[in-house]
Design a protein around this ligand. Structure first.
Ligand SMILES: Cc1ncc(COP(=O)(O)O)c(C=O)c1O
Length: 267
């Protein structure tokens, strides 16, 4: 990702991103001396295509979308991606969680048709290789050529390389794990939805975002109770997300422990 950003962003350029979304897009953009134009998602967390079209300036070089989006868990629609491709800007779709979604092929099928579409993928989530720093991208040829010219020849370490190859040799096993996560996601959703103070958002990722929606319950209270029960969740400092928590889907016994702890919050 950072290589792509460094190739296409010069000081003073802008990219458009759609918060709430993955915070790294902003950090990498800032490191390039470029600026992020934030076009917030709509009330139902969809990408605001009209808003993006209005925000475009001659300096806007890229539009970054995350699908399924971290942390809201919803995918971007193909109609929205197609509309944004029409702007001629480089549209980057980060598909870090696509393997957990109903459309695990994501937008790969469009890359051959559009010279301004990039799809980014990682082995970190579905294959559990986070930390080994191994991922890949689908690029139009002209962008791929720039990437090859600009990349450091030692970008991928041997451990990550071997782990990725072994993963591909045993796809049945790894995709079986993905299916288990997808099944368990329904269980986590039901547990969250059954709490009177939580509103979970349906997710296509391996996590679920939930809004603490009851005026009598503060997120601090939820966090303290869960941490007292040995459960760490993801909380956010972002203004859009200060009343939200994100749960990563684990094993069925983890969900059971979460359910027990959540039930203690309002007693
Ligand atoms: C949306 C998204 N993209 C990319 C990444 C990072 O992927 P990698 O481990 O391949 O750097 C993450 C990690 O949390 C993520 O949530």
């Amino acid at each position: 990702m950072s290589l792509l950003w460094h190739i296409f962003l010069a000081v003073g350029d802008t990219i458009i991103c759609c918060p709430p979304t993955f915070s790294l897009y902003t950090s990498v953009t800032t490191l390039c001396g470029a600026y992020v134009l934030e076009v917030p998602r709509t009330a139902d967390y969809e990408v605001d295509v009209e808003g993006i079209l209005e925000a475009l300036t001659p300096e806007t070089k890229m539009i970054i979308l995350c699908s399924p989006n971290n942390p809201t868990g919803n995918p971007v629609s193909e109609a929205d991606v197609l509309a944004l491709l029409e702007t001629g800007r480089i549209v980057v779709v980060d598909e870090a969680y696509v393997e957990f979604s109903d459309q695990p092929g994501g937008f790969a099928h469009l890359v051959l048709q559009y010279s301004n579409l990039v799809v980014l993928r990682t082995f970190s989530k579905w294959a559990g290789l986070a930390g080994l720093r191994i991922g890949y991208g689908l690029f139009p040829e002209w962008i791929g050529a720039y990437m090859k010219r600009a990349q450091c020849p030692f970008e991928v370490n041997v451990a990550g390389h071997i782990a990725a190859i072994e993963t591909l040799k045993d796809l049945d096993y790894v995709l079986g794990n993905v299916r288990k996560v997808v099944r368990e996601r329904d269980h986590v959703y039901d547990v969250l939805a059954s709490q009177p103070y939580l509103e979970p958002i349906p997710s296509q990722g391996n996590f679920i975002l939930a809004h603490v929606s009851n005026e009598e319950v503060e997120i601090r209270q939820v966090r303290t109770t869960l941490e007292a029960n040995g459960i760490l969740l993801r909380y956010f400092h972002h203004p859009y997300l200060h009343d939200f928590l994100r749960v990563t889907v684990g094993l069925p016994e983890h969900t059971d422990r979460l359910a027990q702890a959540l039930a203690k919050v309002m007693v």
